[in-house]
Design a protein around this ligand. Structure first.
Ligand code: C2O
Ligand code: CU
Ligand code: CU
Length: 468
């Protein structure tokens, strides 16, 4: 009985079989996540107030850390958490977000992966920083179903590291029936034994992105979840770390990848391990094998992203306690997944080249620098393209470490690999290159950058102007 109810509430938005036909009901929130409180009863309009401010959060139980958090102004203080509450809506919903900055420094909110109007993108080139004590109102419409996130675009290496990040789920009309849907926001923090965030930043942190000593899922060290043997679950995975790559695996299980950054793939594919670079999102279906009473451990494995980073072996991310067993036939998988058309590139499509380079600090007093086409942000030459232009971007990495390349404002399709799908962040391997096709369908000034935050903040960012 309990299971039936849960199934219904999760599938509410998409399953008329549950007897709910009005689409006035708010979209179902993944298990364990908390949604912002909507101030507007109009079902097609989401209005929330986000306070960015100091807070306390226990990364280690019983040892509070001073963090910065996105707080829901309409929720009680006791519910403050890192990551912040989820923004959840449906394709077509209008969204109004009132940001109140209670931080001691300027900030903005960037809606990573959402196709918002350029003036509401929250990047360095799209708005004036919001001063301490000030407010700013973001307005946009949700255009694509998928898993996204929001975070500041100023001083990201500090503001995001201190806790300013939160997931976004946009629901569309898919008919994937699962026993549970979960959001897993992956991160790591460097903390002292007292539980406080470490203030120590090493030259290696600047070079490769801050490395945490504690891995987090939804702001917690190795959380334990309870589920049932035989359950089919949908997991939305997001890497919010400054520089750490995750390589997730659930021993004994296949991960069925159903969506990338920009939504559902035309067909899922299976994998044993899944590398998730900073900024990237993946959605997977997993059928939990095992007997009632068993414990499964989601782990991250070593992934060699360069600079001789140490191999710690498998590290636990979270444990799934199998309490009970799902009986009866499992719901069938959908026969239709995402509707993705390949962008019509050909031999005449313009190819634009980017070169990523790094320069180590010459003296201990200096910092490393990171370049795109020999330039260091903000001293960059904006790239200008026409509205609806189709281009191939070829990003080459001459550094001895991977750089996850992120583009604002639109999605792209990675070429030279077997899966067709939409991405906004793609890992460019050390001494390697990636090509992607992109159509510029969103006018205005946008940014592209490495999503290792220390690199972005030290120059590895560029500006794109899409002319109307
Ligand atoms: Cu998630 Cu420009 O960033
Ligand atoms: Cu972004
Ligand atoms: Cu980088």
């Amino acid at each position: 009985m309990r299971r039936t109810l849960q199934l219904c509430s999760l599938a509410l938005a998409v399953l008329p079989a549950c007897g709910v036909t009005e689409d006035n009901a708010p979209p179902a929130v993944p298990v364990g996540a908390v949604a912002f409180i909507d101030e507007d009863p109009d079902p097609g309009h989401i209005e929330i107030t986000v306070v960015a401010g100091p807070a306390r959060w226990e990364y280690l139980p019983g040892k509070p850390a001073d963090v910065w958090a996105y707080k829901d102004a309409n929720a009680p203080d006791a519910t403050v958490q890192v990551p912040g509450p989820m923004l959840i809506g449906r394709v077509g919903d209008r969204v109004t977000v009132h940001l109140r900055n209670e931080l001691p420094e300027t900030t903005t909110i960037h809606w990573h992966g959402l196709k918002v109007p350029a003036a509401h993108d929250g990047s360095h080139v799209s708005q004036k920083p919001v001063a301490p004590g000030d407010t700013f109102t973001y307005e946009f419409t949700l255009t694509d179903a998928g898993t996204f996130w929001f975070h500041p675009h100023l001083d990201g290496e500090n503001q995001i590291e201190r806790g300013l990040y939160a997931p976004i789920v946009v629901r569309g009309a898919d008919d994937i029936v699962v026993d549970a849907e979960r959001m897993f926001v992956l991160d790591d923090v460097k903390i002292e034994s007292s539980g406080k965030l470490s203030e120590t930043i090493t030259p290696l942190d600047l070079m490769v992105g801050r490395q945490g000593n504690v891995l987090l899922v939804n702001g917690m060290k190795q959380p334990q979840l309870s589920t049932e043997a035989g359950a089919r679950e949908r997991w939305r995975l997001l890497n919010a770390a400054n520089g750490t790559f995750f390589n997730v695996t659930l021993p004994g299980h296949k991960l069925r990848v159903i969506a990338w950054d920009g939504g559902l793939l035309p067909a899922p594919y299976e994998t044993d391990t899944l590398v998730i670079a900073p900024g990237e999102r993946y959605e997977v279906l997993v059928d939990l094998a095992g007997a009632n009473g068993e414990t499964l451990t989601l782990q991250t494995l070593f992934y060699d992203r360069g600079h001789d980073l140490p191999d710690f072996g498998p590290r636990p991310l979270l444990t799934l306690q199998l309490d009970g067993e799902v009986t009866g036939p499992r719901p069938a998988l959908p026969t239709r997944w995402g509707d993705v058309q390949a962008l019509p590139i050909d031999a005449t499509t313009r190819v634009r080249k980017f070169l990523l380079e790094e320069e180590e600090a010459a003296t201990p007093a200096e910092e490393p620098r990171f370049f795109i086409n020999k330039e260091v942000f903000p001293d960059v030459t904006p790239i200008s393209v026409g509205m609806d232009d189709l281009e191939i971007w070829e990003v080459s990495n001459d550094a001895t470490m991977d750089h996850p390349f992120h583009l604002h404002g639109t999605f792209f399709q990675v070429l030279d690999q077997p899966v067709l799908g939409w991405k906004d962040t793609v890992n460019v391997p050390q001494k390697g290159s990636v090509r992607f096709a992109v159509r510029f369908d969103n006018p205005g000034a946008w940014m592209f950058h490495c999503h290792i935050l220390e690199h972005a903040d030290r120059g590895m960012m560029g500006v794109l102007d899409v002319k109307h």
